[in-house]
Design a binder for this molecule. Sequence first.
Ligand code: TXA
Ligand code: MG
Length: 344
Amino acid sequence: MFTEVLMPSDDAIREAAALIRAGQLVAFPTETVYGLGANALDPEAVARIFAAKNRPGDNPLIAHISDVSQLRPLIDCEPGPVARRMMDAFWPGPLTMIFPRAKLVPANLSAGLDTVSVRLPSHPVARALISAAGVPIAAPSANRSGRPSPTSAAHVFEDMKGRIPLILDGGDCAVGLESTVVDMTCDVPRILRPGGITAEMIAEVAGGSEVDPAVMRPLQEGEQPRSPGMKYRHYAPRGELTIVEGDPANVAEAISEMYDCALADGHHPLILALDGHLAAYGGRRAESLGGDEAEMAHRIFALLRDADALGADVLFSEAVEARGLGLAVMNRLGRAAAFHILKV
Ligand code: TXA
Ligand code: MG
C-alpha cells in the first residue's frame, strides 16, 4: 500500500475524513502524540488498527471526540459532577476519562471491557478531522506496538509506511507524551497513566486523585492491571536502558563509570542527561534531555528513537523527581527501562 503524507489543508482533511468513513486508517497529529485513527463505531475499522500496529487484542483504544455532545452516546450513564468539572477544566486537552461503555461502542474498541475511554483533543487538525468525519475516532499512538510513541510525521512514516494510506503532517507535537488516563468509575479519580494533566491539577479540580500503584513499578506476577496497557513493555529503545537516581554528582560519577566499562567491553553506550549536567560527562557520548520536565516530556520519545538510529546498545539516563509532569516522564522512562532503576 502506498502511504501518502499530506499537509493538513482543507482538501487533505476532507480526503482523510472520507477514508475514515470508508473504514480505512489515517494517522493524524494531536497535542500529545500522533494517533492512528479509524471510525470508532465500526468494528472492522477498529480491527484494522490492531492489525496495522500489531497491537495485542486485549489492549483497549481511546475514542476521540471533537465536541462534548459526542460523549453521552458512548457511555452508559450521565457523567457525574466530578467528571463534568474535569471536562470543563481540561477539555479540550490531554486528558482521557474512562466511563461505563454504552452498547453503541464496539466491544473490540474496549478490548471486551465494560468501560470505554474518551478524549477531546485540543489540536486543531485532530478536531477538524473528527468533525469532518462525523464519527468518534478511535486512535492509539501511531507507532508499532512496543516502539516509542511518534511525536512527528516522520516517526509515523518510519513505523507505518506501507501499512496505512494517509498521514496528516501537522509538525511536532506540543506535549510529546500521551494523555493522562483517568478511571472515572472509582470513587476518587484514579490515574492509570500519568500525562500532561498532572495528579496535582486533577486533585485540585476533583477534590482528590489517586495514582495507580502500577504507574511506577513493574506488574507483579499474576497481577491484573486496571489498564491493560500497563502489561506491555512500551517505548522500548533497542538498547538496554538503565536509569540512575540520586544526588547529581553521584549520578554523574556512577554513569561515567558504567559508560567506561561498557565501552571497554566493546559496546556503544549513550548517556541521556539534563542540560545543566552534560559537562560532567567530559567527552563521553551524551544527548540532552532538556532543561526541565516539560522539555523532557517533549523530547523523550524522539531521543529514544535517535538512540536506535545512533546504534546505542547500552543507555544510561538521569532521573527527575516523579512529581507533577515529572511523574509522567519517569513513568515513560521507567517503562522504557523495564523499571531498571539504580539508586546511588
Ligand atoms: O495522548 C493519547 O492518549 C494518544 C493520542 C493519539 O490521543 N493516544 C494513546 O493511545 O496514547 P494508546 O492506545 O497508545 O494508549 C491508550 C492507553 C492504553 O494504555 C490502554 O490500555 C488504556 O489507555 N486504556 C484505553 N481504554 C481503556 C479502558 N477502557 N480501561 C483501561 N485502560 C484503558
Ligand atoms: Mg501507545
